[in-house]
Design a protein around this ligand. Sequence first.
Ligand SMILES: Nc1ncnc2c1ncn2[C@@H]1O[C@H](COP(=O)(O)OP(=O)(O)OP(=O)(O)O)[C@@H](O)[C@H]1O
Ligand SMILES: O=P(O)(O)OC[C@H]1O[C@](O)(CO)[C@@H](O)[C@@H]1O
Ligand SMILES: [Mg+2]
Length: 328
Amino acid sequence: MGKLSKIGVLTSGGDAPGMNPCIRAVVRTAIYHKLGVVGVKQGYQGLIDNDMYEMTTRSVSNILDFGGTILKTARCADFRTDEGMEIAYRNLKAKGIDALVVIGGDGTFTGALRFSKKYPDIAVIGVPGTIDNDLGGTDYTLGFDTATNTVVEALDKIRDTADAHDRLFFIEVMGRDSGCIALRAGISAGAEAIMLPEKETAITELVESLKAGEHNKKSSSIVIVAEGDKHGGAYDVAQIVKEQIKIYDVKVTILGHLQRGGSPSAFDRILGSRLGFAAVNALIAGETQKMVGLRGNSVALTSLEEALKVHEFKLEDDLMQMMEILSI
Ligand SMILES: Nc1ncnc2c1ncn2[C@@H]1O[C@H](COP(=O)(O)OP(=O)(O)OP(=O)(O)O)[C@@H](O)[C@H]1O
Ligand SMILES: O=P(O)(O)OC[C@H]1O[C@](O)(CO)[C@@H](O)[C@@H]1O
Ligand SMILES: [Mg+2]
């Protein structure tokens, strides 16, 4: 690759709080180093549709506290095809862009890696931006902290009414393939049980533990169901359990997309700024096909391949065990 001159930045997949602080850091770090920086609208769709604009330091003024992403995002089917990738490549070359910072989740990185292997003259650095926290090589992804706090706030409110009415609530949280939000929010809000995509929960055991809780004079119970759970969503699980347990009045709440919105927490603002800054520095250092992440409070580079490997270590055994014991 020749000398770096112009960086494209995009956000892709589900939006995540912290993406805006990250875009701001990419833009200002690039400009500080006298590099051009181009904002790509709607993720990979903008590469294909040629929807891009030159950014200045003022393009990212006063956005630290915004949820969503000023660049917009999309799930782009065309980028999965060789034809789509070729159009994207031609558009990048025509604009003189020689590197990309892609902010997104596992799907975004899968696309980035494929693209970069096909067109290695465009350097690519990934920033983990997804509320799912489902990437290796980083302890946290952008948006996970804010989303978890949002879920905890909702669970606290549901606990008030559940307790007042002696009810059993099944609460569905996001995480198609990832139980990270479910586990940490569950611990924070004292949930009685958590159902995760990574670990099958036996319904008989769940029913037994809910009955034991009632026997222990618990006035309310909260079961968190991550949306990817094998038994289906919260409504499905509630239906199965209802048939086996008559002691509580059963209610269901789906938290849905409110989990993705909102102003980023201080943690996500700092993480976004730190990783955006590091992404540009990695490109300047000649890196490509890597992700910048946070490991043990230090910024670390990981190959995109490694980042995409299984992330189950994030469901630490002690957290899983503790969750059950502390809710007796
Ligand atoms: N195999 C692939 N080849 C090319 N592009 C891909 C591939 N997989 C995903 N992408 C691109 O990445 C985009 C984002 O992926 P996806 O929708 O899975 O979200 P994500 O980045 O995992 O974020 P999140 O899970 O937080 O929503 C896809 O819409 C598609 O454009
Ligand atoms: O907004 P969409 O496209 O329905 O996507 C929902 C999915 O996106 C995520 O929120 C991640 O961004 C998953 O947890 C969830 O399954
Ligand atoms: Mg994903």
